[in-house]
Design a protein around this ligand. Structure first.
Ligand code: HEC
Ligand code: HEC
Length: 194
């Protein structure tokens, strides 16, 4: 039942996005992207704790998150301010821009044992059935490879403990009963893939 409601929410979001893309002014788009860069990094690979990287994310995921944020259904006040007044065309243009940028991945030291454990846990819980085997994501499902480690931990704990209202419930189901230690191991492994 919950799954069907989630699917309806996605379909509604996708319907909003279905308009054709043209007439975007390059100057205005560049200004918008400069605003995003202040937090998400010049090339979409975030250098800021708590701010996710958005480079290389699937276009549909970016569009969906931005629409949900604009409609007040998702995200924090800082993000809601950043997308206020954005048109669907602008959202699509920004999504195309970031989807094409390369993922750089974590630069910190790798703990080989934790990395191996994280790979095994993600395999055991079949995270790749949705996020793909290389964890690059697809359609409305985000890429996890190369995402900031602390953001992965934060967002997984949030999905497990406080599922976001009104959106897809698949992730909360996928993380049901997974421990903090297992989440930390998966985040270590995933943040180092790219
Ligand atoms: C003031 C800092 C700030 C600015 C400016 C900002 N963001 Fe964000 N963004 C965040 C933070 C913090 C999060 C994570 C928390 C949340 O979702 O609100 C986030 C989350 C996101 C997400 C969800 C990513 C995920 O993996 O779940 C997307 C997509 C995104 N931002 C795109 C953008 C775009 C595009 C712009 C420019 C139009 C932008 N942001 C401007 C801080 C910012
Ligand atoms: C049934 C499909 C499915 C499975 C299985 C699944 N996920 Fe997800 N995951 C999703 C969807 C859909 C989203 C986006 C949900 C949303 O934004 O509401 C998501 C979002 C996420 C996010 C947030 C990323 C971001 O940038 O915001 C993380 C982290 C994540 N998943 C990790 C995992 C891990 C680790 C596993 C295995 C334990 C897993 N997922 C299994 C479908 C799935």
């Amino acid at each position: 039942m919950k799954q069907a409601a989630g699917r309806r929410a996605w379909l509604a979001a996708l319907f909003i996005l279905a308009g054709p893309v043209f007439g975007q002014q390059p100057g205005a788009l560049a200004e918008r992207i400069k605003g995003c860069a202040a937090c998400h990094g010049a090339d979409g690979n975030s250098q800021m704790s708590g701010v996710p990287s958005i480079a290389g994310q699937p276009k549909v995921f970016l569009e969906t998150q931005l629409v949900l944020t604009r409609e007040g259904m998702r995200s924090t006040a800082v993000m809601q301010n950043a997308v206020r007044g954005m048109s669907d065309k602008e959202i699509t243009a920004i999504a195309i821009h970031y989807a094409a940028l390369p993922v750089r991945g974590a630069s910190g030291k790798t703990d080989a044992a934790l990395d191996k454990r994280g790979r095994e846990i993600a395999g055991k819980f079949r995270c790749g059935t949705c996020h793909l085997k290389n964890y690059r994501g697809q359609q409305q499902i985000p890429g996890l490879a190369g995402q900031r480690e602390e953001y992965l931990v934060f967002t997984m704990i949030a999905f497990r403990d406080n599922p976001p209202p009104g959106v897809d419930t698949q992730m909360s189901a996928a993380l049901y009963g997974i421990s903090d230690a297992e989440i930390r191991a998966m985040a270590h492994f995933l943040s180092r893939l790219h």
